[in-house]
Ligand binder design. Structure first.
Ligand code: URA
Length: 441
């Protein structure tokens, strides 16, 4: 087999066989196929697309290019959740403990921030001393002891995807549906869970800005998961404004804890109840999603989910007292209110820009030059359709540098559109896609 022929075949719009896909994934991972040939193939795929069979073959080849996490030493069916990412997305910190409190084992691999805000691992590091890097054996032991553990993604997980994604990122071939679906699902399949719940966002703060694209991606991922023998469901929710109110690592941890105390944002709780009800029902801990939802609600009422988060923090070496006293989380030194300049209603929020506000303050992803500042960010007080009065605070910004705060304030205000007349609220949960059908809300 020759890479040249594979590129030519795809360039001419023909479907590749499983053997050809395995050949190119293996060859590329081992360094036998050069970047220039793989770039040409990615561009050919970008223009000619891939069939369902090709997409599945690519996913499996990438999933098996490294370690497949063996969760068989954890009793019962395991569930995992993946989010396509968004601004203010602290879902894992609420959902994980809620589902674990319903006795579903959660062995979660999470990432750091890809975009402007931190990822779950960054957020968890707001707990002093907490570690997310341990051996696979320790990971499994922790889940067996308390029902939940969250580990940073290891280099051995789907290495082919890691290499290919880096290449796509610099060759303008990221935004091809089959390539995105296979990239995400290869990592989920390698992570070893039996049930996969996909949290797909759509809107101005999401990777998939258009609802049609989000639905198509979700459908493709559900098909891949189902073909791999996993129960898979995708929930599509609105990301035309940040999820909840807080954007910034420690601020989001506080909001997650507030939600576990029954005092957080309604949307965040709704998302966790929806995603969680499939995780609980599909792992056979409830006989229906409705029953699962009731069980999850109870974990908030009886504080068992909050307790589970404290157990997780303690087990992973963190100071769990911060779960019960959030003033112990990292704190910024300067607080600045952003006030409305006139009466009106919030009409629109450029959500990605709010992520950039947090990055300007120092809360973006870590780089070689600068470490992430966990204490900074913004807490919104008003969301789309809310009425505002002149002089009223619409958000509080937290920072450690006055100049950056001024810059962030301007960015924040330019991201918000006000209306003089009332603005309707859109739906939050938009679609649920399972292997047996699609429901639009
Ligand atoms: N996220 C991924 O993991 N892969 C993609 O290709 C795009 C987003």
């Amino acid at each position: 087999m020759r890479m040249y022929d594979i590129i030519m075949k795809k360039r001419n719009g023909l479907a590749l066989t499983k053997e050809e896909i395995n050949f190119m994934v293996e060859g590329y991972t081992k360094g036998e196929i050069p970047d220039y040939q793989m770039s040409a193939l990615m561009m050919a795929i970008y223009f000619k697309g891939m069939t369902e069979e090709e997409t599945f073959a690519l996913t499996m080849a990438m999933a098996y290019s490294g370690d497949i996490i063996d969760l068989s030493k954890i009793e019962g069916l395991k569930a995992d959740k993946h989010s396509t990412g968004g601004v203010g997305d602290k879902t894992s910190l609420v959902l994980g403990p809620m589902v674990a409190a319903c006795k579903v084992p959660i062995a979660k691999m999470a990432g750091r921030g890809l975009g402007h805000t931190g990822g779950t691992i960054d957020k968890l590091e707001s707990f002093l001393g907490l570690s997310t890097s341990f051996t696979n054996q320790e990971f499994i032991d922790y889940v067996n002891q308390i029902g939940i553990a969250i580990i940073g993604q290891t280099a051995d997980l789907a290495p082919a995807d890691r290499k290919l994604y880096a290449l796509r990122d610099v060759t303008a071939t990221v935004d091809q549906l089959s390539l995105i679906a296979s990239s995400i699902m290869s990592k989920k399949l390698a992570a070893g869970a039996d049930v996969i719940v996909l949290d797909v966002k759509t809107g101005s703060g999401a990777f998939m800005k258009r609802e049609d694209d989000a639905v198509a991606l979700a459908r493709e991922m559900v098909k891949i998961g189902t073909s791999a023998g996993k129960e898979t469901v995708a929930i599509i929710s609105d990301m035309n404004q940040p999820l909840g109110y807080a954007v910034g690592n420690a601020l989001e941890v506080k909001e997650a804890i507030d939600t576990l105390n029954g005092e957080g944002s309604k949307e965040l709780l709704e998302l966790c109840l929806t995603l969680g009800s499939y995780m609980v029902a599909y792992t056979k801990h409830a006989s229906s999603v409705e029953e699962a939802r009731e069980m999850l609600l109870k974990t908030i009422e009886d504080k068992s989910a909050l307790k589970k988060l404290a157990e997780l923090v303690k087990m992973q070496g963190g100071d769990e007292r911060a779960v019960y006293d959030t003033t112990m989380l990292p704190k910024a030194s300067i607080i600045m209110e952003i006030k409305a300049e006139a009466d009106g209603f919030i009409e629109k929020i450029e959500t990605e820009e709010i992520g950039i506000v947090s990055a300007i303050l120092g809360g973006g992803r870590e780089t070689k030059e600068s470490k992430i500042d966990l204490s900074v960010g913004v807490v919104m007080h008003k969301k789309i359709s809310d009425a505002v009065k002149e002089g009223e605070s619409i958000a509080t910004m937290y920072g450690n540098d006055l100049e950056k705060l001024q810059q962030a304030k301007e960015k924040f205000l330019s991201a918000i559109t006000f209306s003089k007349t009332p603005v309707p609220k859109g739906r939050f949960i938009k679609w649920i896609i399972t292997s047996s059908g699609t429901t639009k809300y």
